[in-house]
Ligand binder design. Structure first.
Ligand SMILES: [Fe+2]
Ligand SMILES: [Fe+2]
Length: 299
């Protein structure tokens, strides 16, 4: 394995932040631009239900994990996702208060997740592995290019940075559980990449739909100009998706492992910046005493 450190010994601990996002904060909180802001909102709307499904799908296998360190990491993963869900629920309530129709979009997410929950346990776990790769790639993209959030409201910058740090930190937990229960054979590989292809297509259709509903609800519309802005952010000049493509596609590798992309330094760096912001009272988090980053034993 090409890991530069032994990720299997990482301590994964939640940082119990409370961002107190509220409706007095600007609705167009990123670059004063609805098209880009609402793309992040479109993801937020899916998180609470999605993260509950991730937690349950991993927890469902806890009796089959013999490695005590992996079991401990599963507990850390579940604790982190539970807090993410809680904070994004508040975030989404604010979107609703600000007239963005988020409650309707959350109800729709619940229906889709209800369907996913009817699938076999192993399919749900494969879906979680796929979604966790997506969040890890997004986290890498955001933390390696912090300038994307330079003109964000500080509390929104804080919640996205905090979430990205923890997604990066726990990116291999679902994967390691999958490998433990499904193995490394061709069947496990095929299940993982087929699920990934389907899940990514559906998720991005969902994000685009959420985005269009919020754009309409806010009265911005989905004319060519706004599509152009979103396209420019994802695929054009900013290239938030475009530049992340090699990382994203690495999932198709036969011997892929999330820590092949050894980007832990991004989390360390971001946490230091996050702490400096918190100390300066800029994050809006009620408890600025964020926990320690997981200690990484040297190779
Ligand atoms: Fe999360
Ligand atoms: Fe996650």
């Amino acid at each position: 394995m090409s890991n530069a450190f032994d990720h299997s010994q990482m301590d994964i601990k939640p940082r119990n932040e409370d961002f107190q996002i509220n409706a007095d904060m600007p609705r167009e909180w990123l670059n004063d631009d609805a098209a880009v802001t609402y793309w992040f909102n479109a993801m937020s709307v899916v998180f609470p239900e999605g993260e509950r499904l991730f937690m349950d799908s991993v927890r469902a296998y806890k009796d089959q994990i013999d490695d005590p360190k992996l079991l401990e990491q599963v507990r850390g993963f579940v604790a982190q996702e539970a807090i993410h869900g809680r904070e994004h629920e508040v975030y989404n309530e604010v979107l609703e208060e600000q007239g963005l129709n988020a409650a309707k979009l959350e109800r729709l997410t619940k229906i889709i997740m209800g369907y996913a929950r009817k699938q076999p346990k192993i399919a749900q776990l494969a879906g979680t592995v796929a979604a966790e790769h997506f969040t890890a790639v997004m986290a890498h993209a955001l933390l390696s290019r912090p300038e994307i959030m330079d003109n964000a409201h500080p509390t929104y910058r804080a919640i996205w940075t905090w979430h990205a740090i923890e997604e990066l930190e726990h990116k291999a937990v679902a994967y390691d559980v999958y490998e433990t229960v499904a193995g490394k054979g061709f069947g496990a590989y095929m299940r993982r990449v087929i699920t990934f292809t389907l899940a990514m297509s559906m998720m991005n259709v969902r994000f685009t739909y959420n985005w269009s509903v919020m754009m309409r609800a806010a009265g911005h519309g989905i004319g060519l100009r706004n599509w152009g802005k979103l396209f420019g952010f994802l695929w054009g000049k900013t290239g938030f998706y475009r530049k992340a493509m090699p990382h994203f596609l690495s999932f198709y590798g036969r011997n892929f492992h999330p820590w092949d992309e050894n980007d832990y330094h991004l989390a360390t760096h971001a946490l230091n910046a996050y702490r400096a912001d918190a100390d300066a009272g800029k994050t809006g988090a009620a408890d600025a005493s964020v926990g320690e980053l997981a200690a990484i034993p040297a190779e």
